[in-house]
Design a protein around this ligand. Structure first.
Ligand code: GAR
Length: 196
């Protein structure tokens, strides 16, 4: 059984989708939900699901990213995960941390990578006049949102869409895509998955 730690900063809806998928014959189980934001909505959701939680508030470390990541690593060391899932974790990790987890760390990003790395993805897709948007699950490498894509799901961009209406169309696809990719990944399958 693979052990999965999920890193969050916010409401944790992707974390819930991942955690609820890891049952039955799934090859992995959630062992920790770790937030860098005190009071992140996902922490209470994890507790309600009976998953251990931890908080490493990045603000305590100021600009010292190495110290922040050492504290993250210390929490991870306690539970010995095989796989890290970033799920709305909104801190950029240093090359040192990323390389120590390379090949074992996934992220979900709300765009059809390689388009729109970084923030404000939906507004940028609408602004560009794109006909479709979506989400990608990728392996995390030192290049921001640049690692190998393991799965993508697409939705249409409709006339009159705002960043919010588009995000509301993409998020349910995130909740389908990420668990599907994690299940394959935990079983050693890295072939890209395309939804729907
Ligand atoms: C999701 O839309 C995820 O794709 C995005 O943050 C949201 C988190 O929602 N992630 C990023 O933008 C990463 N750069 P959630 O906390 O409800 O899962």
């Amino acid at each position: 059984m693979k052990r999965v730690a999920i890193l969050i900063s916010g409401s944790g809806s992707n974390m819930v989708a991942l955690a609820e998928s890891m049952v039955g014959d799934h090859p992995a189980r959630p062992v920790l939900v770790l937030s860098n934001v005190p009071g992140a909505g996902g922490l209470a959701k994890a507790e309600a699901l009976g998953i251990p939680t931890a908080l490493v508030d990045h603000k305590r470390f100021g600009k010292d990213r190495a110290a922040f990541e050492a504290a993250l690593q210390a929490e991870l060391d306690k539970v010995q995960p095989d796989i890290l899932c970033l799920a709305g974790f909104m801190r950029v990790l240093t090359e040192g941390f990323v390389s120590s987890w390379e090949g074992r760390m996934l992220n979900i990003h709300p765009s059809l990578l390689p388009k729109y790395r970084g923030l404000n993805t939906h507004a940028r897709a609408i602004e560009a006049g794109d006909a479709e948007a979506g989400c990608s699950v990728h392996e995390v490498t030192a290049e921001l949102d640049g690692g190998p894509v393991l799965g993508q799901a697409r939705v249409p961009i409709l006339q009159g869409d705002t960043a919010d209406t588009l995000a509301a169309r993409v998020l349910p696809m995130e909740h389908r895509l990420y668990p599907a990719v994690l299940r394959r990944y935990a079983a050693g399958d890295r072939t890209p998955l395309h939804l729907p």
